[in-house]
Design a protein around this ligand. Structure first.
Ligand code: C2O
Ligand code: CU
Ligand code: CU
Length: 536
């Protein structure tokens, strides 16, 4: 693509933003004007939000019956790559899998793309053979069979490719899907909330892409250091989405499936004020009780389960799911030569690194309008979350010393304890059926890292030396955020911060098992910010 076309598009974009801003100020100043369907940063919501039905794009699909997922190119599709499933005359693209806790699952991956791939079931407690950690892959044309029992509690998990060094490119092009596990606590809550999947309970997959490279993944050297940031935001694969809603409460199950971007989610009303919401659950399921929130950070791979109540709104009102502006703390620039050496000339703090292709990327931490809810009808009743959601016990610190894990950048690579991933080395060995404390410490001259452990959920015990802007979001004297109160498999660690987590290595699988600990900024993961963990 020539640079003249880029700059022309840039100019058009600037005009569109200015026009939208004018429309907004006119509308807020004059109530006789119809409310425009535009949001504060200039995008027009003109596409109905795609939602899962009984098949098709993201359709709900019972994973309790055998299934084949074919990874395949999707010319002209919503996303350039997708998992396609066919069963009993129905076809799904990136099916939303459903299963009950305890179910046995048999899924075959068939690789119809032109590169090796493998599926990792993010958040599921399975053995190494079924984990898809990337050390075994399916070559183009080959397949891989998974067979396991669902041992997790109810939550929204997800699945995505994990071939080492190629994960970012495959996931960025759309190869991922959701997985809902159900159990009795979940069913009781769904009844209480009248939460009907696809209707009053909406799964929302947040993702970004580059307009100039929608079907290509072409990171610059700087992108490999910071992560791949797009210039278009997608929800469920829908660009500029709106959703017609009733004046009642909605349950939203949200995953950040962007390679590198962190969202600070909040709901904004027409009058510019933020609408509080209720956090019900996190990565690994329901909290013990609901927690009121105004804004919540969601890093790559993290999930939030929340309740937002539109019942006080009038027909014709709008509410926008936004990502609020925040300091993205890309402090690695101050590390000087280290980062800029790898980033071929360093970067500015607008994160417009990488030349033409990245010229229009939206910086991490920029304010974004993600999804517009249009209140279109009254509701017969609007339930509210019960006082108690689950029997989740409080997190307890295990006895014994914490295992330190230092996150930082050196010699052109992001590292954990100064190491990068090497299939021949196992830096962490854990005795099965023990509980350990891990202390994830991020250097000051770093950027935020979304640390994920395969196979085992964990609990956050404390956040220490957090950046000052987290203080108003802390819910206890240990510096924890609302999202830290639940079961986690991914946790964001800010520069200068230490996060203390407790991991129960209860392991029912015989023999040594290998799991991955890595940053879920997918460019960092592919770049080797990952270590093998052996459970012996
Ligand atoms: Cu979703 Cu190894 O990660
Ligand atoms: Cu940066
Ligand atoms: Cu990272």
């Amino acid at each position: 693509m020539s640079s003249s076309r880029i700059s022309r598009r840039h100019v058009l974009r600037a005009f569109a933003a200015a026009a939208a801003a004018t429309a907004v100020s006119r509308a807020t100043g004059d109530h006789a004007q119809p409310k425009p369907d535009v949001c504060a940063n200039g995008s027009v919501f003109d596409q109905p939000l795609a939602l899962p039905g009984r098949d098709g794009w993201m359709g709900y699909c019972d994973a309790g019956a055998p299934l084949m997922l074919r990874a395949a190119a999707q010319p002209g599709g919503r996303v350039p790559l997708a998992f396609v499933a066919t069963r009993d005359g129905r076809t799904w693209r990136n099916p939303t899998l459903t299963a009950d806790a305890g179910a046995s699952v048999r899924i075959a991956l068939s690789n119809a793309i032109d590169a090796p791939t493998i599926i990792h079931w993010h958040g599921l407690a399975v053995d190494t053979r079924n984990d898809g950690n990337g050390e075994t892959v399916a070559a183009p044309g080959a397949s891989y069979d998974y067979a396991f029992t669902v041992r997790n509690r109810a939550a929204m998990y997800w699945y995505h490719p994990h071939p080492h060094g190629m994960t970012a490119g495959q996931a960025q092009r759309g190869l991922f899907g959701l997985w809902f596990i159900n159990d009795d606590e979940e069913r009781a809550l769904a009844r209480a909330l009248d939460a009907v999947p696809g209707a009053t309970e909406l799964p929302l997959v947040l993702h970004d892409r580059r307009a100039a490279a929608r079907d290509r993944y072409a990171p610059s050297p700087a992108d490999l250091v910071h992560g791949y940031f797009g210039d278009e935001m997608l929800v469920n694969g829908t660009f500029r989405p709106y959703h017609d809603a009733a004046a009642r409460g909605y349950r939203l199950r949200i995953v950040n499936a962007a390679n590198a971007r962190t969202f600070l989610l909040a709901f904004r009303r027409d009058d510019g004020s933020l609408m509080p919401f209720t956090l019900l659950g996190t990565d690994g399921g329901l909290l013990a009780r609901p927690v009121p929130c105004r804004e919540v950070f969601v890093a790559s791979a993290e999930r939030v389960d929340l309740w937002v109540d539109f019942s006080a709104l009038a027909i014709g009102d709008f509410v926008v799911l936004e990502s609020l502006a925040f300091d993205p703390m890309h402090m690695e620039a101050s590390a000087g030569a280290a980062a800029s050496g790898a980033a071929s000339g360093g970067h500015d703090h607008q994160h417009n690194h990488g030349g033409d292709a990245a010229a229009a990327t939206i910086a991490d931490g920029a304010r974004l309008s993600l999804l517009q809810f249009r209140i279109r009808e009254r509701a017969a009743r609007s339930p509210a979350p019960p006082a108690s959601l689950s029997r989740l016990p409080a997190a307890v610190a295990p006895a014994g010393d914490a295992r330190p894990l230092r996150l930082g950048f050196a010699k052109g690579r992001w590292r954990i304890n100064d190491r990068v991933y090497d299939m021949a080395e196992t830096p962490i060995v854990v005795a099965r059926n023990t509980v350990e404390t891990w202390l994830l410490r991020n250097y000051h001259t770093s950027m935020p890292h979304a640390m994920h452990l395969h196979g085992f959920a964990f609990r956050v015990l404390a956040r220490e030396t957090s950046p000052p802007f987290l203080a108003p979001l802390a819910v206890d004297e240990r510096g924890r955020l609302a999202t830290d109160l639940g079961v986690k498999d991914t946790v964001l660690v800010w520069p200068g911060e230490s996060v203390r987590i407790a991991i129960d290595f209860a392991c029912p699988f015989p023999g040594e098992q290998i799991y991955m600990l890595h940053c879920h900024n997918l460019e960092h993961e592919d770049g080797g910010m990952m270590l093998r963990v052996k459970v012996a």
